[in-house]
Write a protein that binds this ligand. Structure first.
Ligand SMILES: Cc1cc2nc3c(=O)[nH]c(=O)nc-3n(C[C@H](O)[C@H](O)[C@H](O)COP(=O)(O)OP(=O)(O)OC[C@H]3O[C@@H](n4cnc5c(N)ncnc54)[C@H](O)[C@@H]3O)c2cc1C
Ligand code: SF4
Length: 488
């Protein structure tokens, strides 16, 4: 906890934001982190609430009351040690985590939770600035070789943990840069990529080898999944060369909308659109970038990916941006007595929405309309739910203008052919089947093949991927050595 009476004395301090008109002119981060004094006030607000629900609300179980207290006491170096003891990459989560910990904070009863996420960011940003984040190479080598397939947060967290206990870890990534969706999904304005590059250097110094442009297994013909691989390695080859393999390839199969006119030019998956802008930001030259300039853009899908398409389209200079959500508009305020300390179902307005976006709820897409092979509009209908079933509202059809349509309705599963190449069992949703049990967790049905992150749990969050990567690393270490000192 922080100061005993802090929660009564101080109000929640929010991070600052560059105003929308200026931040729309660039792709850089625009959230302004807490100043040291504000962070200390924030830490002081943590109360002695007895059971720290925040700690179990956080998927990596960050020891939140302890670091709140340490910041309040100006003991920043100890604060980063506490933070790193549960989270390999707090600069990622301190920027892009939706912060379920704050929903679980006791002060959230008054809608004024401790700004835990902003403190997390303040601690790690200061630690990097002060030079407190060192490489931790292992004291001895085990001689065991581990292959990690996929370099998203799950693969990176696992690779770092495994290298630190002395295994020879190689990370295989089909794309041209390391980072998974951190690199090629999440826009730079939410998280700049220098944060990943810095960690790659640290991990290389700890002994991790990175191999980009290498596809493990195969993708189906015509797959729209990002793939800039220049070489392929078979699942058998990997299994032969390594003592253990961790599948951490994410859940990349996008959900399609097979309405009439889907084949028209100008209708794209979000993950065809977003990675291109991140590549351009990284200095790559693209021949045919999908651009929103001067266009009426419709984003289908009301989640995070959709919101990122909104922010990117506005930065391109779209004429209008509209986002569709099939479900009705959620309530603006949750009923705390029913939801706390869990993640509440309520309307969420992102910074991208605030930059300019019409949001349409309870709306279905019936047809993509086009001229000369190009999309020009969408025929829609209003829907409502009766007895749990979606029904169209009679007479509600209308046509909305659209020159660019972005499909952001989430991801169905991992790409099946990659799992099939390894022959691992799948669950009913097509994810790699593996339990999270304390003993033998994360093991698939195939000997020495493990799975963690979105490939195992389905489309989720960065913080869950980090948790699974850490836990899978412990399980692999136990499998290789008979015992493990890695935390779970
Ligand atoms: C647009 C977008 C925005 C998001 N925003 C947020 C957010 O703000 N906050 C948040 O917490 N979460 C967000 N998420 C979700 C989050 O990014 C994912 O849950 C998380 O990245 C999953 O991590 P992962 O390591 O399991 O897989 P991924 O990050 O998907 O990484 C998997 C990697 O494996 C590689 N790979 C796959 N198959 C192979 C193969 N056969 N051979 C070689 N390499 C392979 C892929 O190329 C990819 O790089 C967002 C997702 C998207 C799409
Ligand atoms: S990782 Fe997410 S849930 Fe955990 S403390 Fe940080 S912001 Fe909260």
């Amino acid at each position: 906890m922080g100061k005993v009476t802090g929660f009564m004395e101080y109000e929640r301090v929010e991070e600052g934001y560059e105003p929308a008109p200026t931040r729309l002119k660039h792709y850089k981060e625009f959230v302004i982190g807490l100043k040291e004094e504000d962070a200390r006030v924030q830490g002081a607000r943590c109360m002695d609430c007895g059971i720290p629900f925040c700690n179990s609300g956080c998927p990596v179980n960050n020891i939140i009351p302890d670091f709140n207290d340490l910041v309040y006491r100006n003991e920043w170096r100890s604060a980063i040690e506490v933070l790193h003891s549960t989270n390999n990459f707090p600069e990622f989560t301190g920027r892009i985590c939706p912060a379920p910990c704050e929903a679980a904070c006791t002060l959230n009863f008054n809608d004024e939770p401790v700004g835990i996420k902003s403190l997390e960011r303040a601690i790690i940003d200061r630690a990097w600035a002060e030079g407190w984040v060192d490489a931790q190479p292992p004291k001895f080598k085990t001689g065991k070789k581990v292959a990690v397939v996929g370099s998203g947060p799950a693969g990176l967290a696992a690779a770092q943990q495994l290298a630190r206990v002395g295994h020879d870890v190689t990370v295989f990534e089909k794309n041209d840069r390391i980072g998974g969706l951190l690199r090629y999904g999440i826009p730079d304005f939410k998280m700049e990529k220098s944060h990943i590059d810095r960690r790659i250097k640290q991990m290389e110094a700890e002994g991790v080898q990175f191999r980009t442009g290498v596809l493990v297994g195969k993708l189906p013909e015509g797959s729209k999944v990002t793939n800039w691989a220049k070489e392929t390695i078979s699942a058998e080859q990997l299994a032969q060369e390594f003592d253990a393999v961790l599948l951490a390839g994410g859940a990349e199969q996008p959900r399609d909308l097979p309405a009439p006119g889907r084949e028209l030019a100008g209708v794209h998956f979000a993950m065809e659109f977003l990675p291109q802008q991140n590549k351009v930001n990284a200095g790559d030259k693209l021949k045919d970038q999908i651009r929103a300039d001067g266009k009426h853009v419709i984003v289908i899908g009301g989640g995070d990916t959709g919101s990122d398409c909104v922010g990117t389209s506005n930065r391109h200079g779209a004429k209008s941006v509209t986002q569709f959500e099939l479900m009705p508009m959620p309530p603006e305020q949750e009923n705390k007595a029913l939801t706390w300390p869990y993640w509440p179902y309520r309307l969420r307005t992102s910074s991208s929405h605030e930059e300019g976006c019409e949001r349409e709820f309870a709306i279905a897409t019936k047809e993509f309309i086009g001229e000369n092979g190009k999309v020009t509009g969408i025929r829609t209908a209003r829907v409502e739910w009766k007895d749990g079933k979606m029904v169209e509202v009679p007479g509600s059809e209308q046509v909305l203008k659209a020159d660019l349509v972005l499909l952001a309705m989430g991801f169905v599963s991992p790409v099946a052919s990659v799992l099939d190449a390894f022959g691992v069992d799948k669950d009913a949703r097509g994810n790699a089947r593996a339990s999270t049990d304390f003993l033998g967790g994360y093991q698939t049905s195939v000997a020495k093949v493990f799975a963690a992150g979105d490939v195992r749990r389905g489309q989720s969050l960065v913080v869950w991927a980090i948790r699974e990567g850490r836990q899978a690393a412990r399980s692999i270490d136990e499998f290789l050595m008979g015992t493990s000192e890695l935390p779970r």
